[in-house]
Design a binder for this molecule. Structure first.
Ligand SMILES: O=C(O)[C@H]1O[C@H](OP(=O)(O)OP(=O)(O)OC[C@H]2O[C@@H](n3ccc(=O)[nH]c3=O)[C@H](O)[C@@H]2O)[C@H](O)[C@@H](O)[C@H]1O
Length: 432
């Protein structure tokens, strides 16, 4: 076997370069290398010019799973975009909803459309969880007249085009890489969506005229290791326990910057464990339901010394009202042409339920609703980003945006279970 067949992989093996045999083959190998790299170079040019989609493309990112963007542009497409974003009520707003095929995105889009606002969705339909659920949500929205453009928030050309076609008054930014534990598996996807994607969106929003007001999803996870309860917006948020939390916290700081420099009106909403019909299969209430029904055991986390793990579970309809309240009270951005004229609104609100429930109690409610006993496997809370409890103080949101949650966990889960049984009967399988 020659040296070229067995390239050195350790510094030690490089000593072989001194061999006279190596000098004899070097000239031939250089020619071969030159030919090889010329082919690679020509190949790359071919791929770049002839194979890239005509209508904007995604930056390559190996951290993404199955990320497709279908073609956009053309007069029929623009007509569809305009029609979906058309305001149909007096004093209505036109909203670009990113992550519209997501759980919260679907509900918010439908609610806005119902009251006569113009709504255009944007979603990349990635396969973080079962994309068929996203497609089903899309079909639901289509029936209400909401069109979802398939694309990524990192695609500047697409975002610019959307603002060229429609002068959106508001952006409801819900596209994100969610999930606390998954951040250990795929950190790049959090940076891609929650940081790079958010910055890209803000870059476009700051440049358009008029600038939209932006309401976006932060997270209760920014409170991290904070132990002061209930969590108030004034509490410290500099101890994130997961990369997910850190990217959401970074988002809050990034929002501050764009507000400060460019006069963008920005409102961050710290959602507390949102659940309900059409929910996310990666969340505990959802996969507990699936596994209990299948007779599979479920892992229930407990803290040190049998400490209770609890969440301020918040029902989707309450969250939707919070989102609409934030949109309705958002002041206009104050910049144009990338320059700020005067200070703009910058807000952060907790959207929780203010009554934490232990995860063991969540399971008991599910058992009663499903009429099946769960196979409980009590486990130590893993050190992968989960915090022991969350509890929202919502007085600021109550005062400023009229937020008032009304659904307790029992009532909300009843609605979820009804939806779940209905959705997954008829051949559909819960996965993700
Ligand atoms: O408020 C948020 O900002 C976040 O809410 C949600 O995170 P979490 O509150 O962690 O929800 P979720 O995973 O459903 O776990 C619920 C409970 O079950 C416990 N849990 C979980 C898994 C398991 O196998 N066993 C278990 O006991 C677990 O320890 C926890 O106590 C969103 O996913 C996230 O995207 C973000 O929006």
């Amino acid at each position: 076997m020659s040296l070229l067949d067995d390239p050195p992989s350790t510094p030690g093996k490089f000593k072989m370069e001194k061999s006279p045999y190596f000098h004899r083959v070097r000239w031939h190998s250089s020619l071969a290398k030159l030919t090889f790299w010329s082919f690679v170079f020509l190949g790359l040019i071919f791929i770049f010019f002839f194979r890239s989609p005509p209508s904007g493309s995604l930056p390559s990112d190996p951290s993404r799973r199955s990320l497709r963007t279908s073609g956009w542009g053309g007069s029929a497409w623009e007509k569809r975009v305009r029609s979906s974003a058309k305001v149909r009520s007096r004093n209505g707003i036109s909203v670009l909803v990113t992550g519209a095929a997501g759980f919260v995105g679907t509900h918010v889009s439908a609610a806005l459309k119902r009251r006569g606002d113009g709504v255009l969705g944007l979603d990349n339909f990635n396969d973080y969880y079962d994309p068929s659920l996203k497609r089903a949500r899309q079909a639901l929205l289509e029936r209400t007249g909401v069109y979802i453009v398939e694309g990524d928030i990192n695609d500047s050309a697409l975002l610019k085009k959307l603002f060229e076609v429609v002068a959106f008054t508001h952006v409801m930014h819900l596209a994100a890489q969610a999930g606390v534990r998954y951040a250990m598996e795929n950190p790049g996807s959090y940076v891609h969506s929650n940081i790079a994607g958010f910055v890209n969106l803000l870059e476009v929003c700051k440049s358009v005229n008029p600038q939209p007001a932006i309401v976006w999803a932060s997270s209760s996870s920014v409170y991290g290791l904070n132990t002061k309860v209930p969590f108030s917006e004034r509490d410290r948020t500099d101890q994130p326990a997961s990369l997910y939390a850190a990217t959401k916290k970074a988002g809050e700081e990034i929002a501050h910057t764009y507000n400060h420099i460019y006069g963008l009106s920005l409102t961050g909403l710290r959602f507390f464990t949102v659940y309900g019909p059409w929910g996310r299969p990666d969340m505990a209430y959802f996969f507990f339901t699936r596994d209990i029904l299948k007779g599979k055991s479920i892992s229930i986390f407990e803290a040190a010394n049998h400490g209770t793990v609890a969440r301020d579970f918040t029902y989707i309809d309450d969250i939707v009202r919070g989102c609409l309240g934030a949109l309705d009270t958002a002041e206009k951005s104050t910049g144009s042409g990338g320059k700020k004229r005067r200070p703009a609104q910058l807000r952060v609100f907790n959207l929780g339920n203010t009554s934490p429930v232990p995860v063991t109690e969540l399971v008991s409610i599910l058992e009663r609703l499903l009429k099946v006993k769960a196979k409980r496997n009590i486990m130590k809370l893993p050190r992968n980003g989960d915090v022991q409890f969350t509890h929202a103080n919502i007085s600021l949101a109550q005062r400023e945006i009229g937020y008032k949650p009304t659904t307790d966990l029992q009532t909300g889960l009843k609605k979820f279970v009804r939806w779940y049984l209905n959705y997954y009967s008829g051949g559909k399988k819960a996965s993700g």
